[in-house]
Design a binder for this molecule. Structure first.
Ligand code: AMP
Length: 211
């Protein structure tokens, strides 16, 4: 059983690295942001409460987030373990989590703010199948169209300059300090997120002693 948390500023490549680990080690990838986006697309009751907050790049209330994470982990479909992406984002969420669960490692992906700002503004998403693109390194063959399903490529509503600035500020003020909490428990592995995705993955596996 492997239980990991993956952390880093938005656009650092957490989602990509989490998916690579998930596929290789049969882990369940739990992204709170993806769960929220699914709710918004499905127009659930929760969507009405979180849509505006997310579009502004602000953090959703802790009670809502904790409930979502608790319910997701209570499904117990993670026989080989899980990788949490986008949670915890502040001290309260970290303490809530550590009260009920233990963790094997926290993977911190390190990328300077100016690099992620450019990356995020180039990020696109297929509105039909959800596949990720980036106009800097993973362009579609036909501009604006998904290579796989032909769906329209859109920008996430929170991938604009003011929302990104707000998310970076929250990360440095609220999320980065909780790394200290995990560092005290000697759980944190740090990797350089400016390298190529395969190299980052290899470095993570080496540091986690995964083969
Ligand atoms: P992400 O996909 O991780 O960038 O998350 C997208 C948005 O979902 C964030 O900007 C927040 O509005 C919300 N969100 C995701 N995870 C959390 C969390 N742990 N705490 C509060 N809000 C969150």
């Amino acid at each position: 059983m492997r239980k990991y948390i993956i952390m880093g500023v938005q656009g650092c490549g957490k989602g990509t690295q989490a998916k690579m680990l998930k596929d290789a080690y049969d882990l369940v990838h739990i992204s709170v942001g993806d769960i929220f986006r699914w709710n918004i697309q499905a127009h659930t009751k929760l969507a009405a409460r979180i849509k505006r907050i997310m579009a502004a790049g602000e953090l959703v209330g802790d009670e809502v987030v904790e409930e979502i994470v608790r319910r997701r982990l209570d499904e117990h479909d993670w026989n080989y373990g899980f990788i949490l992406d986008g949670f915890p984002r502040n001290r309260r969420q970290a303490e809530f989590f550590l009260e009920s669960y233990d963790i094997d490692a926290v993977i911190q992906i390190d990328v300077p703010d100016r690099v992620v700002m450019d990356r995020i503004q180039a990020r696109r998403l297929c509105e039909k199948c959800g596949l990720d693109y980036n106009l800097m390194f993973h362009r579609p063959a036909n501009a604006g169209t998904c290579d796989v399903c032909g769906g329209k490529l859109i920008q996430r509503s929170d991938d604009n300059e003011s929302a990104i600035t707000s998310r970076l500020k929250d990360y440095h003020e609220k999320t980065a300090p909780i790394l200290e909490l995990f560092k005290k428990k000697e759980l944190v592995v740090v990797t350089d997120g400016t390298k190529k995705p395969d190299e980052i993955q290899a470095d993570i596996r080496r540091q986690l002693r995964l083969t």
